[in-house]
Design a protein around this ligand. Structure first.
Ligand code: SF4
Length: 92
């Protein structure tokens, strides 16, 4: 049932205070918060829950949400390493 996890509580990283899952799944005018998978994956199988309960449009919005900063930083490092590797290969 869509309300099965509504009672679970978490500290929201955006709002800075505790709230229940019921808020997260309805945070955007009844649609889920775009960070819902990131925030809840350690607590219960939220991805399965989302697939079963959210619309395709809602899932697309979640999937299109910005990447966590650390992923962006890792991509920059990987690109820099690739450029360095290419420079070294062209010198030889
Ligand atoms: S899913 Fe959204 S509203 Fe819920 S805790 Fe995470 S950031 Fe806050």
């Amino acid at each position: 049932m869509i309300t099965d996890y509504d009672h679970l509580e978490i500290r929201c990283p955006m709002l800075g205070h505790p709230l229940n899952f019921s808020y997260c799944r309805t945070a955007n005018l009844g649609e889920p918060c775009r960070k819902i998978l990131d925030c809840w994956f350690e607590r219960f199988p939220v991805e399965n829950f989302a697939r079963q309960n959210f619309s395709r449009e809602a899932m697309e919005k979640i999937a299109a949400s910005p990447k966590p900063k650390i992923l962006g930083i890792l991509e920059i490092v990987q690109r820099a390493q690739a450029v360095k590797k290419n420079e070294e290969a062209t010198r030889k």
